[in-house]
Design a protein around this ligand. Structure first.
Ligand SMILES: NC(=O)C1=CN([C@@H]2O[C@H](COP(=O)(O)OP(=O)(O)OC[C@H]3O[C@@H](n4cnc5c(N)ncnc54)[C@H](OP(=O)(O)O)[C@@H]3O)[C@@H](O)[C@H]2O)C=CC1
Ligand SMILES: O=C(O)C1=N[C@H](C(=O)O)C[C@H](O)C1
Length: 269
């Protein structure tokens, strides 16, 4: 006789936001998941509203609140750096697995995530998208292959996002830069250029953050050589590319030991 797996009880943190609403909408259709709470900021103007209605999928019977249910199996967090740090303390204390998708954290805030991962399993990644994580592998390969080219290689990263985005450059652009620097050894970075900049040193990576309309996310990694350019380009069409990845990460965490995991772990890349 086949055994029926129990549903994974999911809490969505940042549930009233752009990403939180897509997590609610897709998790509600997922036969392995049951949304048990939808958390947003204590001052949220939509506190008390039904999370399903807010996400446009009809009534779920789960109100937007600010208290995390003690019976949750896993939390998905798309919120703000400050809210993520507060959440880390709760997850560490109660040993709750959590998918941290929030970006824009400073080094100290990232340390809080690392510290919490000693007590609970955590997936922490600036992009939950499959295509972006595959692009990270390609960029690593390109950087390895090009690192010793005698005439040198200039690496520039262009990212485009919607006008509402609050951090720049994107967490994903910074991660692409870290991957390149780990292979090629650049030690500096420059953000945009203006004025008498002088010649471009190859010891830096250039970042360019474009903010227009409702763009859900594009990243272009340029390797500029003498005579040719290699570009790795990855573009999201909808936020569901991130939401599906986050749901996969939540399922990956079920039953895992405490530790810090990446989307490469989740996706087996
Ligand atoms: N890793 C990935 O794949 C992706 C990451 N992101 C990142 O996720 C984050 C959220 O993005 P997005 O959904 O577009 O942003 P939104 O601003 O639309 O959503 C964030 C939500 O978090 C809420 N919030 C604020 N404080 C708290 C709190 N203390 N507790 C719970 N919720 C709180 C906000 O409420 P209020 O508005 O009332 O303050 C808001 O509803 C960003 O950092 C973004 O860069 C986004 C897409 C993909
Ligand atoms: O804010 C967003 O929208 C996104 N943020 C993430 C980032 O900063 O890298 C991921 C994705 O690009 C969308």
């Amino acid at each position: 006789m086949s055994q029926v797996e129990p549903l994974i009880r999911l809490t969505v943190h940042g549930a009233a936001g752009r990403m939180g609403q897509r997590i609610v909408a897709l998790a509600a259709k997922d036969p392995q998941l049951s949304i048990i709470s939808a958390i947003d900021s204590p001052s949220s103007p939509v506190a008390g509203r039904d999370a399903g209605e807010l996400a446009g999928i009809g009534k779920l019977g789960v109100p937007i609140t600010s208290a995390i249910s003690s019976s949750t199996d896993v939390i998905i967090d798309f919120s703000t750096p400050e809210a993520t740090v507060k959440l880390m303390a709760i997850c560490a204390e109660r040993r709750i697995p959590v998918v941290v998708a929030t970006t824009g954290l400073n080094e100290e805030q990232k340390q809080e995530i690392a510290a919490a991962s000693q007590f609970a399993p955590i997936v922490f990644a600036p992009s939950m998208s499959l295509a972006v994580n595959v692009a990270m592998k390609l960029v690593r390969e390109a950087a390895k292959a090009l690192k010793d080219i005698p005439d040198g290689v200039d690496v520039e990263i262009i990212e485009r996002h919607h006008r509402f985005k609050e951090d720049a450059p994107s967490g994903t652009a910074l991660k692409f830069g870290q991957i390149v620097a780990a292979e090629m050894g650049q030690t500096g970075h420059t953000h945009g250029r203006e004025g008498q900049t002088g010649k471009r040193p190859q010891t830096e990576i250039g970042y360019h953050a474009v903010r227009t309309g409702d763009n859900v996310g594009e990243h272009q990694i340029l390797f500029g050589l003498m005579g040719e350019t290699l570009e790795v380009y990855v573009r999201g069409h909808t936020r569901d590319s991130y939401a599906y990845g986050a749901l996969a990460a939540a399922k990956f965490l079920a039953g895992r030991p405490a530790g810090l995991y990446t989307m490469a772990d989740v996706l087996g890349l």
